[in-house]
Ligand binder design. Structure first.
Ligand code: PMP
Ligand code: GLN
Length: 382
């Protein structure tokens, strides 16, 4: 490995999913649903392939139908207008959108402030861009954003704030007050904000997803990123997107064109169709079914003796394992052999390891019987 990637080994998701397969464990580690998305969506992808739509290179920015559908979705759900031709880019999942935004906007030596714990590709992409990450740690129980800590993290080298809400792995959803603080800091220091909103439709109880770009003064300094993987339960398709004002989007596009150039032709047609045709009932159903599964796993973990931080969004639950007298890494390493379950040690998402030492992450995007089986197994640890 070169110097930039020296500190990054194999991603935890590959490692833990391989362990789940090898040990025949229930995989509550890597976040992917165990049921595929809506039948109409799956059929649309098959039809696209069989009728010759997208089997050859699609246009660089993505097919016009999907760019229009992404802009339409943004307008309908949040009242934000984007020009499909100059302000929308289709990417290989949100992962590529994040990579292209960082690679396209950063200069070597720039600093990126990111909310810690963070999704593991952030640190690696910041490193690939030759930039430096500056974590702002979210602490339990609420994993709320401390505005003074955010302010204190800004230096003359800060170029980007990288925000993720709903937040993986903690399940925190930034409130309007927290977003306003982010906006104030960004405007005051003339920073670009990248917002990772892949869990935009997975918010529970009274929580509301508020895109940062809806706040005054933010639309034109924000790169907003989302993905079909989470919303439509097709994580293997890797269709994501970025929305931003033309100068910012052009920078993201310039990096994307040399990363993958284009991706997922037939899937782009299917996702366009789903964005255009699935109505409010779909989104309400998605939320309700995940909320029920969240409650099931949260209750099961609590009954099994874990301290649980009930998430307001995403499909992850963070729990504390200190009652078992071990740290999260040891717990997750031993869990498959002890009871046939795989979880992710949250410490891997932290620079400040001590802050996440006793925490583990469980995914609940699984069928109810699977979650029941998993909680019964975890209860046997007591
Ligand atoms: N950001 C976050 C916070 C995620 O949890 C994920 C999940 N994989 C991604 C980005 C990547 O999304 P995609 O699979 O669309 O690349
Ligand atoms: N987003 C999912 C998670 O956080 C999957 C990530 C991945 O496989 N790269 O678990």
């Amino acid at each position: 490995r070169n110097e930039r990637l020296a500190e990054f080994g194999t991603t935890i998701f590959a490692e833990m999913s391989a362990l789940a397969v090898a040990t025949g464990s229930i995989n509550l580690g890597q976040g992917f649903p165990d049921t595929d998305g809506p039948a109409s969506l799956l059929r649309a992808a098959a039809d696209a392939i069989l009728t010759g739509k997208g089997n050859q290179y699609p246009p660089g920015p993505g097919i016009p139908e999907l760019r229009q559908a992404v802009a339409g979705h943004r307008q309908r759900h949040y009242g934000l207008s984007y020009d499909p031709d100059t302000e929308v880019l289709i990417t290989a999942g949100a992962t590529e959108a994040i990579a292209a935004a960082l690679l396209g906007l950063l200069n070597p030596g720039d600093e990126v402030i990111a909310l810690e714990p963070y999704y593991d590709s952030y640190a690696a992409c910041i490193a690939m861009a030759g930039a430096r990450r500056v974590p702002v740690t979210l602490h339990p129980p609420a994993f709320a954003l401390d505005v003074d800590t955010l302010r204190a993290a800004v230096t003359p080298r800060t170029r980007i704030l990288l925000i993720n809400s709903p937040h993986n792995p903690t399940g925190a959803v930034l409130t309007r007050a927290e977003l306003t603080a982010v906006a104030t800091v960004a405007i005051e220091h003339d920073l670009v904000v990248i917002t990772d909103e892949v869990y935009e439709h997975l918010v529970y109880d009274v929580a509301e997803h508020i895109p940062l770009a809806t706040l005054p003064g933010m639309r034109d300094r924000t790169v907003s990123i989302s993905s079909a993987g989470k919303t439509f339960s097709v994580t293997g398709w890797k269709i994501g997107w970025a929305l931003a004002a033309p100068p910012l989007l052009a920078a993201v596009r310039s990096a994307k064109q040399f990363l993958t150039y284009v991706n997922g032709g037939p899937f782009q047609y299917a996702v366009a169709d789903a964005l255009d045709t699935l109505g409010p009932d779909f989104y309400t159903g998605l939320r309700a079914s995940h909320q029920a599964r969240r409650d099931l796993l949260a209750t099961g973990l609590t009954e099994a003796g874990f301290r649980v931080y009930v998430p307001r969004g995403t499909y992850f639950i963070t729990a504390d394992v200190s009652h078992l007298g071990v740290d999260g890494l040891t717990f997750c390493r031993d869990l498959p052999s002890r009871c046939g379950v795989v979880a992710i040690p949250s410490a891997v998402f932290y620079d400040n390891k001590a802050a996440g030492e006793s925490l583990v992450r469980f995914a609940f995007c699984k069928q109810t019987p699977v979650l029941r089986d998993a909680t019964a197994r975890l209860a046997s640890l007591r």
